[in-house]
Design a protein around this ligand. Structure first.
Ligand SMILES: [Zn+2]
Length: 138
């Protein structure tokens, strides 16, 4: 179910994200689809429709995340919080592989998020070097 997001709030979230998925960094302009406004804490868990709880997410990440808040770290099996774009610093939790195809989790949260959101799906891996060449990912 889609939450009704006030236009002013939606505009603020989109501007802050600068056209990139706040999880996998996919550039909206190269995907060619309008990205979703993701409730970081799902509404089913009491998350509010506010700029503090919304982020811009590509459909791949948004659908994979669903109502998840936690996932297991594939290295330890421990349940950890997923990456929260409003509280966490992306570069602390993720890095690119040398060929720019994969996202690598640097922390338990990063590893759990990469796996839970299926951030290294084959098509994404094939697309990412083009994003890099176009200068659309940091
Ligand atoms: Zn994404």
């Amino acid at each position: 179910m889609t939450a009704r997001v006030p236009a002013r709030v939606a505009a603020q979230v989109k501007a802050r994200a600068a056209g990139r998925c706040e999880y996998c960094q996919a550039p909206q302009i190269l995907i060619g689809q309008v990205f979703h406004l993701d409730h970081i804490i799902p509404r089913s868990a009491g998350g509010q429709t506010t700029t503090e709880n919304l982020c811009l997410a590509c459909s791949h990440c948004n659908i994979a995340k669903g109502d998840l808040i936690t996932a297991s770290d594939p290295r330890t099996g421990r349940l950890v919080l997923l990456y929260n774009p409003r509280k966490d610093i992306w570069e602390e939790h993720f890095r690119w592989s040398q060929d720019w195809q994969k996202l690598i989790g640097r922390t338990p949260t990063g590893r759990a998020t990469v796996r839970a959101l299926d951030m290294n799906a084959k098509l994404l891996q094939r697309a990412r070097p083009f994003w890099r060449v176009a200068g659309l990912i940091p």
